[in-house]
Design a binder for this molecule. Structure first.
Ligand SMILES: Cc1cc2nc3c(=O)[nH]c(=O)nc-3n(C[C@H](O)[C@H](O)[C@H](O)COP(=O)(O)O)c2cc1C
Length: 507
């Protein structure tokens, strides 16, 4: 693998493949950074690196859409692939395999080192001014500027046994305070509950701008009690180098761009949000009171880069990081349960609401009843938080590339028997907060509610054969396909012309 050890090394890697654009003119934190970034996601443009943000301390830069999807032919998943140490043209299946395979490897504890680049500048107490960071007001209607949308929050249980690194939104309140979403079933919520029991404020670190693999792990639904940093160590085959925070015992990756340290109150709350989030809507249940973060120290690299997501309609990092991480974890869990699974994918377009599970053609040897297989797959995933955002499962044979929406939609229509055979309905399972419903009920609980799930059974009866496919890659002899491709440009076709489907499949 080709590990990229810091956000700034990652920006250089993006530059090499044309996936970043630097903007030197002054850009307004009030909506302009958000609007530019939103458009980048929506048209698959390179990530915008803002070198000059209005009112920010000189030298502080900001990057949006750093793990957005690209619209360059063959590079749709390049930012995700690079983040995972893969080559930029890695396919969705290679990406998911890489995440799942690391779950079967021995995890490796981090290594504490004396110091690191994140300690180049140290500010304590009242010398901290969060409002000097390039924090964007992302959407019209947001309740405030966002301090954290793509940083890693680190917390630890009071007994020191479990250190959780995750991504969750945090809204700034003033120079040293913020308020952030703490969902009870998320690991940050579980760790927070133990501090509440103790009656003591919870120490935290927020590392803004970490090495891209750490960010991927922080957004991934690993099981309870597993430290994300150990998973990353197992993934790369060596310990992650971490440094101790200045004011508490937590550690952060040594190469982090900006580190905030402090405590989350177990008593004091403040209204958080609303913020246009990953489902693409402004949520009517917000603002909600959430715990107050007090920042006691800030350390940072020279010329630090502040990363952010402008959440909303897909694809953005809630889909390209959290959705891809969920696919990897589901793939691992299903394989671990003995189910023959080729790959899993959450199509970005459904905002984490669809999970496509691909099985090999001989799936009937494992479970001859396709409906029973569909139910089993969904029940395994839904028994954990991995399944919480998923509303529709699609189970299909693996000639379909689930990251190619054209193929997937085609298969859902042509291989699904409709009615009783075609759909398995699983009733009343806890749903994810901010699930994108168009018409939320006033009594919905904003921290999640019970919903019905559907499995689209796109498998035929076991042992039957599908008719042969007539697509270019399936129907024509290999030599003829090669000949067509050899002559392509000479025949007058543009070399970079790829159909929407080809852009999606990446290879
Ligand atoms: C860009 C981005 C923003 C996210 N925002 C939130 C959030 O505000 N609240 C939340 O509970 N999860 C959020 N998530 C999802 C969590 O990071 C994800 O569910 C992760 O698995 C949580 O970590 P945990 O499994 O250790 O609990 C976000 C993920 C990403 C990638």
């Amino acid at each position: 693998m080709n590990r990229i050890p810091s956000l700034r090394d990652y920006v250089e890697a993006l530059r090499e493949i044309g996936e970043v654009v630097e903007i030197d003119r002054e850009v307004d934190w009030s909506l302009e950074m958000g609007a530019i970034t939103r458009r980048c996601y929506e048209i698959g443009a390179p990530a915008p690196l803002f070198n000059n943000v209005k009112d920010a301390e000189p030298g502080f830069r900001a990057i949006g859409a750093s793990v957005g999807a690209s619209n360059r032919p063959g590079q749709r998943l390049s930012r995700i692939a690079l983040s995972l140490g893969l080559e930029p043209r890695a396919s969705a299946r290679e990406i998911v395999d890489s995440i799942a395979a690391a779950r079967t490897r021995e995890s490796i504890k981090p290594m504490r080192v004396q110091t690191g680049p994140c300690k180049q500048n140290i500010r304590l107490g009242d010398d901290v001014d969060l409002l000097k960071l390039p924090l964007p007001l992302l959407h019209v209607g947001d309740g405030g500027r966002y301090l954290n949308t793509l940083g890693m929050i680190g917390v630890r249980t009071p007994d020191g046994q479990w250190t959780n690194w995750s991504v969750a939104r945090v809204m700034v309140l003033d120079e040293r305070h913020a308020t952030g979403v703490i969902v009870p079933f998320q690991h940050i919520g579980k760790v927070y509950a133990r501090w509440v029991e103790l009656g003591q404020d919870m120490p935290f670190v927020i590392a803004l701008g970490v090495e891209p693999l750490v960010l991927m792990a922080a957004g991934m639904p690993l099981p309870d009690e597993i430290d994300e940093v150990d998973y990353v160590g197992g993934y790369i085959g060596e310990p992650v180098e971490v440094v101790k925070a200045e004011t508490n015992d937590l550690e952060v990756p040594a190469t982090a761009e900006i580190v905030l340290e402090g405590t989350v109150s177990v008593r004091q709350t403040a209204p958080e949000g609303p913020m246009g989030d990953y489902g693409g809507y402004m949520y009517p249940h917000h603002p909600i009171d959430f715990p107050v973060y007090t920042v006691n120290a800030m350390t940072f690299r020279d010329d630090p880069i502040y990363p952010f997501t402008c959440a909303g309609e897909p694809p953005e990092e809630d889909h390209t990081i959290a959705g891809v991480g969920a696919a990897g974890e589901a793939c691992h869990m299903l394989r671990d349960a003995g189910i023959p699974v080729t790959t899993v994918w959450l199509p970005f377009e459904a905002a984490d609401g669809w999970m496509a599970v691909m099985v090999p053609p001989d799936w009937g040897e494992y479970e001859p009843d396709p409906r029973a297989l569909c139910r089993k797959i969904a029940e395994i995933v839904l028994a954990t938080k991995v399944g919480q955002p998923v509303k529709t499962f699609i189970v299909c044979e693996d000639d379909i590339d689930p990251s190619n929406l054209s193929e997937l939609v085609w298969a859902i229509d042509g291989r699904n028997d409709r009615g009783e055979n075609g759909q398995v309905v699983i009733g009343q399972v806890p749903g994810w907060p901010m699930t994108p419903y168009i018409f939320p009920h006033p009594e919905d609980v904003p921290m999640g509610w019970m919903t019905t799930r559907i499995v689209q059974n796109c498998l035929g009866p076991a042992g039957t054969h599908r008719p042969e496919r007539t697509a270019f890659k399936h129907n024509y002899p290999a030599e003829l396909r090669e000949q067509v491709l050899r002559n392509w440009e000479a025949d007058g076709f543009p070399s970079d012309l790829e159909s929407a489907a080809a852009v999606a499949v990446t290879r």
